[in-house]
Design a protein. Structure first.
Length: 255
């Protein structure tokens, strides 16, 4: 679950839902109809979704974007939407998904948004350090999801290359202009032991954000729909537990 979590009715979906984009289409599958004040701190931002993900997180709020790559919207229609956003005082773009670093044309998309004078933020699961390294100097902000401690990554999200996760985290700490790591806390899964593993993974970070898992009918797997929301007290306890792992450890109230 990367970045913006929105019901599908809030998407402005302009793609036709066909596999793999053609040369005339952008990698953007959908975007929020209205600019956001909450997805990119300090910016009024357009939020743009790329489809396709190499994780299979049962708690994902955007399960439609977990499927294989879908056809994107034409570049000229994306430009028209961005011109409208610019008229509404938008000054930032959030590239989210799905997993944006799976997209080969990601540098082109960043450049496209930069043409409007916008700051650009990436939401990523950290699974593609090669693509992240290529694009990192282009981003103004990177938010990387830390799903679990290294020992539980395969169990929670079906991804076992923990070395890639470590490499991405180290790249971000060393070279990102500004950034955060964040974890969606599932109370029944994220034990103190798991959180201490995460703390070692991100140790020395600038910013680490905790947000509660909120059960909703649209999450990917039925077993997660009946789980309880992570209590505020649990977030605060984890914040205190990991206080020395990052310069800032922040508990946010919603996911």
């Amino acid at each position: 679950m990367n970045g913006a979590k929105r019901a599908s009715s809030e998407f402005l979906e302009l793609s036709c839902g066909q596999p793999r984009p053609s040369a005339g289409t952008s990698p953007v599958y959908a975007f929020l109809r209205k600019p956001s004040l909450v997805d990119f701190a300090g910016h009024l931002a357009g939020v743009f979704f790329l489809s396709g993900c190499n994780f299979r997180c049962g708690f994902c709020h955007n399960p439609d974007l977990m499927r294989r790559k879908q056809n994107g919207i034409p570049w000229d229609r994306l430009e028209s939407a961005c011109l409208r956003f610019a008229d509404e005082w938008v000054d930032g773009a959030v590239i989210t998904g799905g997993e944006p670093t799976l997209e080969e044309s990601l540098p082109d998309l960043i450049g496209f948004f930069k043409r409007f004078g916008w700051a650009v933020k990436l939401d990523t699961n950290g699974s593609r350090p090669d693509r992240l390294k290529q694009c990192l100097p282009l981003f103004d902000y990177v938010a990387m999801d830390i799903k679990a401690g290294p020992s539980k990554y395969p169990e929670l999200c079906g991804f076992g290359d923990v070395a890639a996760i470590r490499e991405s985290a180290n790249l971000i700490k060393a070279g990102a202009r500004d950034y955060e790591f964040r974890t969606t806390v599932i109370a029944s899964f994220h034990s103190d032991e798991q959180m201490l593993e995460i703390g070692e993974l991100i140790r020395g970070a600038r910013r680490y954000v905790l947000q509660p898992f909120v059960p909703k009918e649209r999450v990917a797997e039925p077993e997660f729909r009946s789980l309880l929301r992570a209590p505020e007290a649990r977030l605060f306890a984890i914040r205190d537990l990991l206080a020395g792992c990052a310069s800032e450890v922040i508990a946010r109230g919603d996911a």
